[in-house]
Design a protein around this ligand. Structure first.
Ligand code: PGA
Length: 240
C-alpha cells in the first residue's frame, strides 16, 4: 500500500519537525506489511527533507517538473534531473491543480518521459471534473488522459496512477464506493500492471469506507497529510 503525502504549496523548514513522529510510527508499524510512505513537499524542502529522512524508509518526491531533462533558459522552472539531484525519487505529474492552468495531456506525456529518463518514479494524476461526471463521461475522460499521458511509454513499472476526481480534491466529498470500485477496475483493465491509487479528501474519517474498496493500491493525501496525527491515523486505520 502506498501512502503519498502531497503538501502542495505549504510548509517551511519548521514543518520538517513533524516528520520525526511519522518516522517513529512507521518504523514499528510497518513490520510484515508492505507499506510505502512518500512525502512530496514543495521543491524548496526536498533537499532538507531527504537529509532528514536519510536513514528512514520514507521516501521523498516532487510535485511537478519541467518537460526538458537538460538545462535551459526557463526562468523559474526545475527539471526532473535537478529534482533527482537533490534527493527526489518520485514526481507527481498531471495534478488537476496544474492541468487547470493549461497543462495539456501532451505536455504531461513529455514530463513523464523526461522524468523517467532522469530515473524518477511517476505519480501520474488523472480525474474528471464535476461537469464531466454529470455528463457521465468519466471513463472517456480517463481513457483519453491515460492514452495521451502515457503515449509511447511501454514500461509501467515506475508509474503509479493516482485517480483523483477533481470535484473531490479539497472538498470533503468522495465518490460512492461502488462507483470508485468500478472506476478503479476500469483503469486496471487497461493494463494489468497498473497500480492505481485514490486521491481526493482522504481523511481519518472516510478511510474506513475507502479501504474497503479492495482494488486500491494506496492513497494520495493532500490536506490531511500536513498533519502528522491525521496522516498516521489514515495509515493505521487502513489496516484495522
Ligand atoms: P486533498 O488533496 O486530500 O486535500 O483533497 C489531494 C490532492 O490534491 O492530491
Amino acid at each position: 500500500m502506498y501512502f503519498i503525502a502531497n503538501w502542495k504549496m505549504f510548509g517551511g523548514l519548521n514543518s520538517l519537525n513533524s516528520l520525526h513522529r511519522v518516522n517513529k510510527f512507521f518504523k514499528t508499524f510497518k513490520k510484515n506489511k508492505s507499506i510505502k510512505i512518500i512525502y512530496c513537499p514543495p521543491s524548496t524542502l526536498i533537499r532538507p527533507m531527504s537529509k532528514k529522512l536519510k536513514k528512514s524508509q520514507i521516501e521523498v518526491g516532487a510535485q511537478n517538473c519541467h518537460e526538458k531533462d537538460n538545462y535551459g533558459a526557463f526562468t523559474g522552472s526545475i527539471n526532473s534531473s535537478m529534482l533527482k539531484n537533490v534527493g527526489a525519487k518520485y514526481v507527481i505529474i498531471g495534478h488537476s491543480e496544474n492541468r487547470q492552468f493549461g497543462e495539456t495531456d501532451k505536455l504531461i506525456n513529455l514530463k513523464i518521459k523526461s522524468a523517467l529518463k532522469s530515473g524518477l518514479k511517476i505519480i501520474f494524476c488523472i480525474g474528471e471534473t464535476l461537469k464531466q461526471k454529470r455528463k457521465k463521461i468519466t471513463k472517456q475522460i480517463l481513457n483519453k488522459q491515460i492514452k495521451l499521458g502515457l503515449n509511447k511509454i511501454k514500461n509501467y513499472n515506475k508509474i503509479l496512477i493516482a485517480y483523483e476526481p477533481v470535484w473531490s480534491i479539497g472538498t470533503g466529498l468522495i465518490p460512492k464506493s461502488n462507483q470508485l470500485l468500478d472506476t478503479i477496475n476500469y483503469i486496471k483493465q487497461k493494463n494489468k500492471n497498473f497500480k492505481v491509487l485514490y486521491g481526493g479528501s482522504v481523511n481519518p474519517k472516510n478511510i474506513h469506507e475507502l479501504k474497503s474498496i479492495n482494488n486500491i493500491d494506496g492513497f494520495l493525501i493532500g490536506g490531511a497529510s500536513q498533519n502528522p496525527k491525521k496522516f498516521i491515523d489514515i495509515i493505521k486505520k487502513t489496516y484495522i
